[in-house]
Design a binder for this molecule. Sequence first.
Ligand SMILES: [Fe+2]
Ligand SMILES: [Fe+2]
Length: 219
Amino acid sequence: MPETPARPSKPELLRPREMPRRGKGTSLTRRVALIHALAHIEFVAIDLAFDMIGRFGGQFPRAFTDDWMRVGAEEAMHFVLLDRRLREMDSFYGQLPAHEGLWGAAIDTAHDVSARLAIVPMVLEARGLDITLETVERFKQQGDYLTAKVLNRIYDDEINHVSYGTKWFEYVCSERNEPPHAQWKSLVKMHFRGGLKPPFNDSARHAAGLTREYYIGVE
Ligand SMILES: [Fe+2]
Ligand SMILES: [Fe+2]
């Protein structure tokens, strides 16, 4: 697999410090900026799903590839839904700059599928579950029910993505005779700087098999 996947020429990728502040502007421009940021996350998530298959699929039964193919297809659908919202708001993916850092976790965990599963679905995508419902409320408060509906759809799918992460992480642990909770905690310490920050969406995490035994004490 290439270390970094091909990218379209737009959006321009900037370091976090160089990103323009999202707080300013009208309600519309702020919503566009937020949807653009979410579309970028979905775009990178497509690459992450197929990198999972290409890089690690050979070590697993066929069901692993089937699961991540489904994830990749859903990420692509999420991207299209958000880009369509941007176009309805006279914008498009690529109009604004985007965060360059999202692929960092992939490079950092390219050596070991256990680390990749622990960080990408079980930390980063689980983080999405923690914050999405609040974001949905913000769009509703501003009368943007169409975006709220798209985000709810994404939320339901993402619970599944986290559950695939947990399922295959536990599969690897049982193959290697490692205790999953302790192993996850040590991988998160090693590969995820800054620690995990509450509040956690315990019920969505639980529905994805990511029980509190995993993330308690890593805060
Ligand atoms: Fe997604
Ligand atoms: Fe996802």
